[in-house]
Design a protein around this ligand. Structure first.
Ligand SMILES: Cc1ncc(COP(=O)(O)O)c(C=O)c1O
Length: 504
């Protein structure tokens, strides 16, 4: 069904910003195979991406849009929720739903040219830089100045750290006060507090579409702890443990510390290469939602082949779901654990979504394996702090964590957009998480890192993430621990350093 051009009262924005009637450029087709929610979400995304809907514009209420499109209000609500979760939309304290401040779709006035001047919210197309070919500055300087003025901090664009400075202090204090209401416990359950496991089951269902119950969940102190418990349960000296290469160094260290022989497994831009996997691995560590550090998102057919391989060879897959709550413009792909709960242990953490300091994560496994891991935990006298678990349970139950995630999704989406806007299509791995990757010729990287540091920008490369010979070369750019203004300043320096290196 195509929507008519509705310049009637039914498509007036119902509020203040702006109050003018706006034709919402969307339609849905009842005959199409795609669900109406998906169609509506896609249409709105397209309109925001191409600038038909602009930052700060108010969307119609769910009621008005449902009426306009002759669809149910639930469909509109669900589409808005998905876009909100992805960072496209912004809520302003009960006053409506707005298009978020996303750089990608917002041409605007010329950029001020002074060094260190805060970037305006939306760099104009003329200020966008692409490798080698982007427009140069018009202020005659020829080169982008240092990201840092005198006395300013370095801009840290290395991956690994989340933004921990914006949080709801009242909610944080309330959670810890409520945690303190409980007396100290003397016999910690190796699986964790039942109430938190219930709340995590709901959280996983909602944020990751993983249908598990508390009987599948152990509360850990984070991914590193989960990895070690799995390794202590499954690995014996001489067992072969596969790790993605390049990949997360901690996984290699933990497996090696348990005496395993480390087998580096190649990764391409989509994630782990299944055809290259050897037989005889006892475990395989992988990051399918957002490969660390290349950023690939393992396609569903490859997920299925990976599980076929695991079933055929008897390997257990350890799925590190470390930053999967942050997705941009994409729906989640099914977690490996959901596709084969008996073959896959899923590890999650609050280190990215809240703070590494909190020391709470989860391990999801089939009941038999979970019981074995719990026995290991008891044997090692290992546990997660009871008060920390209680505080997290309060944050989950009151919706504080959800609200924090929504806020941070929006913030990270802006930073990511700032990077993509400046570096253009060479950016890889930008559909999720808190880092992206940019491939570069190997010989250009060391001097680039050094010059960036001289200009006040700290960068990381793929080099330290390889377990064997380096075969993917590039920058791994994190946007978790730098503010939006710093990301903009830093990435302009990066673009300026990359351009000549690609031109040569
Ligand atoms: C790939 C990967 N997994 C997991 C984590 C988080 O680990 P933990 O929960 O032990 O803090 C990180 C943190 O940087 C990471 O990069």
């Amino acid at each position: 069904m195509d929507i008519e051009n509705t310049s009637t009262s039914s498509c007036f924005w119902e509020t203040t910003l702006p109050r003018t009637p706006v034709d919402l450029p969307v339609s849905v087709d009842r005959e199409a195979a795609a669900a109406l929610t998906v169609q509506l979400g896609d249409r709105l995304r397209t309109a925001m991406r191409d600038g038909t809907l602009k930052s700060g514009e108010r969307l119609p209420s769910t009621r008005a849009l449902a009426r306009q499109l002759s669809i149910s209000r639930t469909v509109v609500t669900e589409a808005y929720q998905q876009l909100y979760a992805e960072g496209w939309l912004d809520g302003r304290h009960g006053s409506g739903t707005y298009v978020a401040d996303l750089v990608i779709h917002t041409p605007s006035a010329p950029r001020p040219s002074g060094s260190g001047a805060p970037a305006e919210p939306h760099p104009p197309p003329s200020a966008r830089r692409a490798y080698g070919g982007g427009p140069r500055r018009s202020d005659g300087a020829g080169a982008v100045p240092a990201a840092r003025g005198r006395g300013e901090q370095m801009v840290d664009l290395r991956p690994g750290q989340p933004w921990v400075r914006d949080y709801d202090e009242a909610a944080w204090r309330r959670a810890w006060r409520r945690a303190a209401d409980l007396p100290p416990g003397d016999r910690p359950d190796p699986l964790g507090l039942p109430g938190l496991r219930e709340a995590l089951a709901v959280h996983l269902r909602r944020t990751r579409a993983i249908a598990v119950g508390p009987e599948n969940i152990m509360v850990t102190r984070g991914t590193g702890n989960g990895l070690d418990l799995v390794a202590a349960t499954l690995l014996r000296p001489g067992h072969r443990a596969g790790v993605e290469d390049p990949g997360y160094r901690v996984a290699r260290e933990v497996f090696a510390a348990r005496g395993a022989e480390i087998v580096p497994c190649p990764v391409d831009e989509d994630g782990v290469v299944v055809d290259g996997l050897p037989d005889g691995l006892r475990v395989l560590y992988t990051t399918p939602a957002h490969q660390y550090p290349l950023g690939g998102r393992l396609p569903v057919p490859r997920r299925e082949r990976l599980l076929d391989w695991a079933r055929r060879t008897g390997a257990v897959i350890v799925e590190d779901d470390y930053d999967a709550e942050f997705r941009y413009d994409v729906a989640p792909l099914p977690a490996l654990h959901g596709l084969d709960p008996d073959r896959v242990v899923l590890l999650g953490t609050l280190s990215k979504s809240l703070a590494p300091d909190i020391g709470v994560g989860w391990l999801v496994a089939a009941p038999d394996l979970l019981a074995a891991v719990a026995a290991t935990r008891t044997r090692l006298s290992d546990r997660t702090s009871g008060p920390a678990q209680q505080a997290v349970a309060v944050m989950l139950e009151r919706g504080d964590l959800d609200r924090h995630l929504r806020r941070m999704r929006l913030e990270y989406a802006r930073r990511r957009a700032a990077i993509v806007d400046v570096l253009g299509p060479r950016v890889m791995g930008d559909t999720a998480g808190l880092h992206v990757m940019v491939e570069l010729p190997a010989q250009t990287i060391p001097s680039l890192l050094a010059e960036a540091a001289e200009r006040g920008v700290l960068l990381d490369s793929t080099a330290r993430h390889h377990h064997g010979e380096e075969h993917r070369h590039g920058l791994v750019i994190g946007y978790g621990s730098a503010s939006l203004a710093d990301v903009r300043r830093g990435i302009t320096v990066v673009a300026d350093l990359i351009g000549p290196r690609l031109a040569n």
